[in-house]
Ligand binder design. Structure first.
Ligand SMILES: NC(=O)c1ccc[n+]([C@@H]2O[C@H](COP(=O)([O-])OP(=O)(O)OC[C@H]3O[C@@H](n4cnc5c(N)ncnc54)[C@H](OP(=O)(O)O)[C@@H]3O)[C@@H](O)[C@H]2O)c1
Length: 244
């Protein structure tokens, strides 16, 4: 039986091409797992497996229907993820790492083991030596203007990805990236897995990052012991939310 959340996200993604033509940017899906108390992991820098088998499989199905997948360098350093599609058959999305200062280790699985060359979004001021080392290891470094706090400007990155033909982007975390995407009104939809555990750990959304944001077209589905919620974010709500 097909998962309802997957069907609805597939349906949303049929608009991805039109969306890119209209806005020059990919449709952005925020997809992550959290505990009942809203934690992403026990402690920053420490991987914590939260999803059950069914929702982990859904994550791989979602990867397979997005053109690209993005994580922050904090997640690369903590989890060393591959971001490939393994639990189902389907194409691997283009991996993108948000990494202003090029902290990605050249031995990271995304650099050494991924079938596609990783795109690393760095700021224009990143050290040329680090850039050369990562490019020699097979990555492609995208130089982008710095935005808030000297980090990669997400708006510029989305524009660049749009120019590069990416019409859908799955953002898998971690906390700082989720918070930035939400606070800047850049996520179009959310697919959230809630695992039946309490962690009291790293909050998925940083305190004060956003005000009131409500999902529309919400669907809840139980997968194994997990609850998966998906819904759309209204750009107007996002841009007028009570953020700092
Ligand atoms: N439960 C889940 O689904 C899930 C998913 C992913 C990760 N995680 C967990 O989350 C933790 C990592 O989260 P994290 O918050 O430490 O790191 P993160 O969000 O993965 O990466 C944050 C880093 O990205 C870089 N960055 C560049 N431009 C940015 C921008 N515009 N906005 C935000 N970040 C930007 C920054 O480093 P520079 O300033 O050096 O560029 C920043 O420190 C790990 O422990 C991991 O296990 C959980």
């Amino acid at each position: 039986m097909k998962i309802a959340v997957l069907e609805i996200v597939e349906d949303w993604l049929t608009q991805a091409g039109t969306h890119r033509q209209h806005y020059g940017r990919p449709l952005v899906s925020l997809c992550y797992a959290q505990s009942l108390d809203g934690s992403l992991t026990l402690r920053r820098g420490q991987p914590t497996a939260l999803s059950g088998a069914e929702s982990a499989r859904l994550t791989h199905q979602l990867r397979a229907i997005h053109a690209a997948i993005l994580v922050g360098v904090g997640t690369v350093l903590a989890d060393d993820p591959r971001l490939t599609v393994r639990h189902v058959s389907g194409p691997d999305p283009q991996p993108v790492i948000l990494d202003s200062r090029l902290r990605t280790p050249i031995e990271a699985k995304l650099i050494r083991q991924h079938p596609r060359p990783a795109w690393i979004a760095a700021t224009e001021g990143a050290e040329p030596q680090k850039r050369s080392a990562l490019e020699a290891a097979g990555a492609r470094v995208l130089s982008l203007p710095a935005g808030r706090e000297g980090r990669v400007s997400l708006c510029d990155l989305l524009d660049r990805l749009g120019e590069m033909g990416i019409d859908s982007l799955m953002v898998e975390g971690g906390a700082q990236v989720i918070s930035s995407m939400l606070s800047q009104g850049l996520a179009d939809q959310v697919i959230l897995t809630v695992a039946p555990v309490f962690l009291g750990g790293l909050p998925a959304v940083e305190a004060g990052a956003i005000g009131w944001l409500r999902l529309g077209e919400v669907l809840y589905e139980r997968l194994g012991d997990d609850l998966v919620a998906c819904g759309k974010l209204n750009r107007t709500d996002l841009l007028s939310s009570n953020r700092p």
